[in-house]
Design a protein around this ligand. Structure first.
Ligand code: 5GP
Length: 115
């Protein structure tokens, strides 16, 4: 069996995280190295490595994750001012944890294009 990812350990409560939301399908927690005043991650509990491994049958799950993102951006007070939802996929995009995750970043002005 392959080694658990750090996010699987957070799902299994083997390592602590500041959890903002949890249900049967997903988990949201603050990023340990925030890149903005608000920076949290939303992950599926299902083991999906990246966008590359999302299947058609995951459509409801992914839709649910975005519904959770919308709710949390309201709770965090960034829904009106704006925020970015980012998912890094693979080496060129600097994905460091091989478990699908959506960064939600807000609370400051951002530039485009990203670095
Ligand atoms: P990636 O580079 O894969 O898109 O993003 C991984 C993110 O996970 C990074 O922003 C990093 O700060 C965050 N991260 C890595 N390890 C931990 C951890 O143990 N706890 C939390 N809360 N975030 C983590």
């Amino acid at each position: 069996m392959s080694e658990k990812t750090i996010f699987q350990k957070i799902i299994d409560k083997e390592i602590p995280a500041e959890i903002l939301y949890e249900d049967d399908l997903c988990l949201a927690f603050r990023d340990i190295m925030p890149q903005a005043p608000t920076h949290f991650l939303v992950i599926p509990k299902k083991e999906i490595v990246s966008v590359n491994e999302i299947e058609e049958s995951d459509a409801t799950l992914i839709g649910h994750i975005f519904s959770v993102i919308r709710k949390l951006t309201q709770d965090e007070g960034i829904a009106e001012s704006g925020y970015r939802v980012v998912t890094n996929c693979g080496t060129d995009a600097c994905q460091t944890v091989p478990h699908l995750h959506y960064h939600v970043i807000g609370g400051r002005n951002m530039t485009w294009p990203p670095g």
